[in-house]
Ligand binder design. Structure first.
Ligand code: NDP
Length: 241
């Protein structure tokens, strides 16, 4: 029986590539999303991967979502906590709403989803949790106190939960992507990209969503059982921790 993988924010951007790559590796994939029904419908039509709409920042909604996936596809073996948002602004201008939105969606979501699958994984003595952080959680980024804080918190969460579950066959790891050529980054003015972003990346280009998806399939594999509590930096050499 194929293992079941849930990808939060799995219908667009990096998450879309993760969902597709896991499907190619033989997983039964559930792609979660938050609100963009048009993109989700198109993704499902293009890939044949079922989509599930719920707000990952809402614990009760996650409970219902996890229950639907389990009922329809089976017990969850792989959880990829990928959903994330930015609400950028310097701290001296940042609103409480921007802070809360980023914390709820990028950090509370990881507690919500992991809490709901961890007991089953422990009982079955197998599981893979992969959290998607960011280079900006590693090094900090001006204008992103909220996002950098939430993404840095994922590193501590990962290490703690990795220790708690190592003896139960459950690995917990984190990936910290650098600048990836998603719609968001591609929408930057070309001169800003050429003069401000690319010169910081020794590899000399943006990463691709497929390159991040490959990190996930590596860590989600049964054969990656000796890797836990690790942070995999995929940033073209921009930041070496
Ligand atoms: P996108 O904005 O392209 O996609 C985000 C996905 O998350 C969408 O599927 C979206 O759903 C979903 N989502 C957002 N909020 C919620 C919510 N409350 N509940 C459920 N789903 C939600 O993001 P990226 O692909 O750019 O980023 C993916 C992850 O990678 C994020 O965690 C981001 O922080 C991280 N990252 C991205 C980098 C980049 O260069 N792009 C660099 C480093 C890290 P919907 O379609 O419904 O809106």
């Amino acid at each position: 029986m194929a293992r079941v993988a849930v990808v939060t924010g799995g219908t667009r951007g990096i998450g879309q590539a993760i969902s597709v790559a896991l499907k190619k590796k033989g997983f039964r994939v559930a792609a979660n999303y938050g609100g963009n029904d048009t993109a989700a419908r198109q993704f499902q039509a293009d890939t044949g991967i079922p989509v599930y709409k719920w707000d990952v920042s809402d614990y009760a909604a996650c409970e219902k979502g996890v229950a639907s996936v389990t009922r329809e596809l089976g017990a969850i073996d792989v959880l990829v906590n990928n959903a994330g948002i930015t609400r950028d602004g310097m701290l001296h201008r940042m609103t409480k709403e921007s802070w809360d939105a980023v914390m709820h969606t990028n950090l509370d979501s990881v507690f919500n989803m992991s809490r709901l699958v961890i007991e089953g994984m422990r009982n079955r003595k197998y599981g893979r949790i992969v959290n998607i952080s960011s280079i900006n959680g590693r090094k900090g980024q001006m204008g992103q106190a909220n996002y950098s804080a939430a993404k840095a918190a994922l590193l501590g969460f990962t290490k703690a939960v990795a220790q708690e579950n190592a003896a139960r066959g459950v690995t917990v790891n984190v990936i910290a992507p650098g600048y990836i050529g998603t719609e968001m980054v591609a929408a930057m003015p070309k001169d800003v990209l050429d003069t401000k972003v690319l010169p910081l990346i020794p590899v000399g280009r943006l990463g691709t969503v497929e390159e991040i998806a490959r990190c996930v399939t590596f860590l989600a594999d049964e054969e990656a059982g000796f890797i836990t509590g690790a942070c995999l930096d995929a940033n073209g050499g921009q930041y070496m921790a």
